[in-house]
Design a protein around this ligand. Structure first.
Ligand code: PMP
Length: 462
């Protein structure tokens, strides 16, 4: 048990939290009327709160604890590294064994054309780095006008100024004067929500060709890159129709632009492949990574670079960019231990051929529930669209988001973390979840859907 929770009861912890802690992505005034949930320990797929309740972590923290909570090997690797070399930088002609070892390991698990990595501490920092890298790349190539980066509405690329600008979240843009200049957003491949009368295949082609139309409208000589998540996570686990990625690949191969696959969620096994790009057969020029790189045990992110990108940047002299914690030795040690466990325990392969298909089959069957308009899942990331009048995709609950929040709160009471995006319930459990735990997980989801339906029926909303 956590030391603080032994000393202070939950109410005292909540009160101190409300008084002194400003939470990320939170309406602080609203939170503090009820108080935050206090999580004190975790093991495998299970969280324990300060009242001793066990909660199944259906989101792997924030899509990151791929190898599950409480891993001794990581704790030991981190302790050993802290004693050996707790910190040193990688500026000024200096390096150290953990950063070298991790860089080498990453080149082994990434596609063959990717052999170098720049380190930072988060996905947001990785995407900030990428904005500067791609623009510098085209400057070195003698095409300084190629500055605009095309991204997608409802994409998520982080919370820093550049990351949030690349992202397509209206609420984020409205705070702080975003997006920065030179970012252009196109439609997302969200068939359930925006596909209209088109079939998924037709809509996937249409959405992909929005990229082509944007390149033509902006002028190919002005466009630096296209950035996209293989599957949009924070936007609501948007799985593109099968026609989408092949068409984007065709467009990128015909046009002189860089392609950036944001692997912050999809990387490190989430789709049953090492990277989302492997799942969809993409060949990115740059891949931002974070989260599953260390399974969230310590903050570390990076930018994986295709050979032609690093070779071009090499011709530009000094790249004036770096962070105090670029290649932090202890974070690297955590990431090395994490990757070694993913490899030695065959966790990615298990998601591809055993527990992944087992979970998908049960999750997709939830599409039959009267409250679920669509169930989708790839690997171990999925969504349920809650809908008032299935199969009609045009009908939504009003106001959007209230039913999602209700369902999320019921889920917590049932001992399961699911996240709500609009009125979709999304999940991304630790990749080590067992078949027995999957049965338990699905039981809790079903109970939650039934209870939500019953509340809505009582309120006359169904
Ligand atoms: N890119 C994607 C695809 C993400 O999902 C996230 C985080 N949810 C980020 C970037 C930003 O990562 P971080 O929160 O580590 O800055």
């Amino acid at each position: 048990m956590n030391v603080l929770s032994n000393v202070y009861p939950t109410a005292a912890l909540r009160e101190a939290d409300a008084r002194h802690h400003w939470h990320p992505f939170t309406d602080t005034a609203a939170l503090n009327t009820e108080g935050a949930r206090v999580i004190v320990s975790a093991d495998g797929v299970w969280l324990t709160d300060s009242d001793g309740n066990r909660i199944l972590d259906g989101m792997a923290g924030l899509w990151c604890t791929n190898i599950g909570h409480g891993c001794e090997e990581i704790a030991e690797a981190v302790y050993a590294q802290m004693k050996e070399l707790g910190y040193y930088n990688t500026f000024f002609k200096t390096t150290h064994p953990p950063v070298i070892k991790l860089s080498e390991l990453l080149s082994e698990i990434t596609p063959p054309h990717i052999n170098r990595v720049f380190f930072c501490s988060s996905g947001s920092e990785a995407n900030d780095t990428i904005v500067r890298m791609v623009r510098t790349y085209w400057q070195i190539k003698g095409k300084p006008e190629k500055q605009t980066i095309i991204a997608r509405h409802n994409g998520y690329h982080g919370s820093t100024v550049a990351g949030a600008s690349l992202g397509g979240m209206g609420g984020m843009h409205a705070q702080g004067g975003l997006p920065i200049p030179g970012i252009h957003h196109i439609a997302q491949p969200y068939w359930y929500g925006e596909g209209g009368d088109l079939s998924p295949e037709e809509f996937g082609l249409w959405a992909a060709r929005e990229l082509e139309r944007a390149i033509d409208a902006l002028g190919e000589d002005k466009v630096a890159a296209f950035i996209a998540e293989p599957i949009q996570g924070a936007g609501g686990v948007i799985v593109p129709p099968d026609s989408y990625w092949p068409e984007v690949k065709r467009i990128c191969s015909e046009r002189e632009i860089l392609f950036i696959a944001d692997e912050v969620i999809c990387g490190f096994g989430r789709l049953g492949t090492w990277f989302g790009s492997d799942y969809y057969g993409l060949k990115p020029d740059l891949m931002p990574i974070a989260k599953g790189l260390s399974s969230g045990y310590l903050p570390i992110g990076g930018v994986l670079m295709a050979d032609h990108v690093s070779e071009t940047l090499e011709q530009g002299g000094e790249f004036f960019h770096g962070y105090t914690y670029s290649g932090h030795p202890v974070c690297c040690a955590a990431a090395i231990a994490n990757i070694n466990i993913l490899r030695s325990e065959g966790i990615v392969e298990r998601v591809a051929s055993d527990t992944g298909p087992y979970l998908q089959q049960k999750w997709l069957a939830l599409g039959e529930h009267p409250l679920v308009g669509e169930a989708r899942m790839v690997g171990m990331v999925g969504a349920l669209e809650l809908a008032p009048a299935k199969p009609d995709r045009t009908k939504r609950f009003e106001p959007v988001g209230d039913v999602g929040t209700l369902c999320r709160d019921i889920s917590f009471k049932n001992g399961l973390v699911m996240r709500a995006v609009r009125d979709s319930m999304i999940v991304s459990p630790p990749l080590v979840i067992t078949r027995e735990e999957i049965d338990d997980f699905i039981e809790r989801v079903t109970k939650t859907l039934d209870a939500t339906l019953s509340e809505l029926t009582k309120a006359g909303l169904m």
